[in-house]
Design a protein around this ligand. Structure first.
Ligand code: NAP
Length: 511
């Protein structure tokens, strides 16, 4: 797929420097990284490598192994369009099945030889003269890459809140993302902090085992029923025999989810149906009025992620569970103290406190043109052009970058849209002998102004909630794509080289 010019450039450099020069270096072996690698392979590219900090394939589906972990988007949609799987066991598949699906993709498309496991990227430094990224891994190894595709995920850095006294606690502490399977929760008094998407999945799983579960809730989530069920062998055979039927099923699920945008973005009042569903579920599953009141959200539905569960409320209503809504003040050697001066003794603390979505990279990791740290370019929070490229950081493509998240549909659809945009960029580079592409800053700025305008009438702004979608300092929503996902696909269908600064190794060719 790449032109002779680019080949010649890369080969010449490869002889100059000892470390390996890759055409494409992908970071992460989750949906983004595996999807990118498959599409590279399909386009005839073989000079790529995947750096993965973990020991296996799956990204978020490799690391998150907490009890009850499953996807809340139907699997026939939450999978690659180019790799349908008629064999999904359930509508909402469990974590291990999704992880195995990704590993299966890697095997099928012969990616294993491209993987570098247990290899975390420590830093990326743009070398202007060479038009290359210098990539240093955590063990000190250095390679170079023409293009870097970061498939590091938006939710990979766990957020451990700084609660006074936490360092004194003598019991076991872990985050949902790093579940401690060696610790037996049977018969223990357990404190769970957080009631988000992860907690509502693991709370019903651990509740029967523990003596007491102190559930610390800061904000009650909106929860609607989970229309889950297992697929029978004949359904799986049917879908396997008729791929068109499977595509139709996928399309119908996609369309049904996509209609939610109308309420999210254009008129939050249209979320009324979901609100009714949620309040009805709460009424049916929680008989105690006081508890029901504590579990009733006071912000607009959709402002935070709408959760789906049939067993969360019943678990919270069990006699061994205490829902604690007073703020956590401090932690002692063996208890959590809340603002109402109550002591809640616990043997273990589990953080279901989510991720640092608004700082996806640590300081000192990515240095672009003139050595600028990406966090300095992102003083007001992460921003990119079409969620994928960042001015001043040439040849760097962020999958699931700023404002590509969805509250209403499958993120895999967004990832695939971005992947085809990246392939378009690689084609442009090859066909025109371009060594670097860097989006024009004013274009990126205009794009983000447009996003901000669209956010104004959306539920994430009007819903009166505090969510991790918004940057803690500026309040700007840096996570969500405020529109139809098909509109994002339309935006990313073609690589719009005309808004990029295109450069050969030494000479600027176009602007
Ligand atoms: P989350 O939704 O951000 O929830 C974090 C929870 O911790 C919230 O209830 C939050 O309360 C609470 N919290 C945070 N800091 C706290 C503090 N200092 N004191 C008390 N409570 C605190 O995190 P998550 O549950 O891990 O989910 C994150 C995202 O991962 C989801 O939104 C979703 O996108 C993804 N996810 C997806 C699935 C799936 O099925 N596809 C499953 C799990 C996770 P506040 O609400 O008051 O901030």
């Amino acid at each position: 797929m790449h032109g002779a010019l680019m080949d010649a450039g890369v080969e010449a450099l490869a002889t100059e420097v000892t470390p390996k020069v890759y055409r494409v270096l992908i970071i992460g072996a989750g949906f983004s990284g595996i999807g990118m690698a498959v599409r590279l392979r399909q386009s005839g590219e073989s000079d790529f490598v995947i750096y993965e900090q973990e020991a296996g394939i799956g990204g978020t589906w490799w690391v998150n192994q907490y009890p009850g972990c499953a996807c809340d988007i139907p699997s026939h949609l939450y999978s690659f369009s180019f790799e349908p799987n008629p064999g999904w066991s359930r509508r909402f598949s469990p974590q291990a099945e999704i992880r195995d699906y990704l590993a299966g993709c890697a095997r099928k498309y012969d990616l294993l030889g491209h993987m570098r496991f247990n290899t975390a990227v420590a830093s990326l430094r743009w070398l202007e003269q060479r038009a290359l990224w210098e990539v240093t891994d955590a063990k000190g190894g250095v390679v170079f890459a023409k293009v870097v595709v970061a498939g590091t995920g938006a939710l990979s850095t766990p957020d451990y809140p700084q609660i006074p006294g936490i360092e004194r606690f003598r019991g076991r502490v872990f985050h949902s993302q790093r579940w401690d399977h060696d610790y037996d929760l049977n018969g223990k008094r357990v404190g769970v902090i957080g009631t988000g998407a992860s907690a509502i999945q693991f709370v019903p799983e651990i509740q029967p085992a523990v003596t007491r579960l102190n559930l610390f809730q800061r904000t009650p989530p909106w929860v609607i029923p989970k229309p889950d069920r297992g697929f029978s062998p004949w359904e799986q055979r049917l879908l396997g025999a008729f791929p068109k039927l499977q595509r139709l099923v996928r399309g119908l699920i996609y369309a049904a989810h996509e209609t939610r945008v109308l309420g999210f973005v254009f008129n939050p009042r249209l979320m009324g149906f979901h609100k009714l569903l949620a309040l009805n579920l709460l009424r049916r599953q929680v008989k105690d009025r006081a508890l029901r009141s504590q579990l009733t959200p006071r912000y607009g539905i959709g402002c935070k992620r709408i959760l789906i569960s049939n067993n969360y409320y019943p678990a919270v209503a069990q006699p061994n569970v205490a829902l604690i809504t007073s703020a956590i003040r401090e932690i002692t050697e063996d208890a959590v103290i809340t603002a109402d001066e109550q002591q809640h003794p616990v043997d273990a603390l589990i953080f279901g406190t989510g991720f640092k979505a608004s700082t996806p990279f640590p300081r000192g990791m990515i240095f672009g043109r003139a050595g600028q740290d990406i966090l300095d370019a992102w003083r007001d929070g992460p921003q990119a052009y079409k969620g994928t490229t960042v001015a001043g950081f040439p040849n760097l493509f962020l999958l699931m970058g700023p404002n590509t998240g969805l509250g209403h549909n499958s993120i895999v659809y967004m990832i695939e849209s971005q992947i085809s945009y990246v392939l378009g960029a690689l084609r442009t580079m090859a066909e025109h002998g371009v060594s670097s592409v860097d989006v024009q800053p004013e274009v990126q700025q205009r794009f983000n102004l447009l996003l901000s305008k669209r956010m104004q009438g959306a539920v994430w702004t009007l819903g009166n909630c505090k969510s991790w979608y918004r940057h803690p300092q500026t309040g700007r929503n840096v996570v969500i794509w405020p529109g139809f996902s098909w509109a994002f696909r339309r935006e990313t269908r073609r690589f719009d080289a005309e808004v990029y600064q295109l450069t050969r190794a030494e000479v600027e060719v176009e602007r």
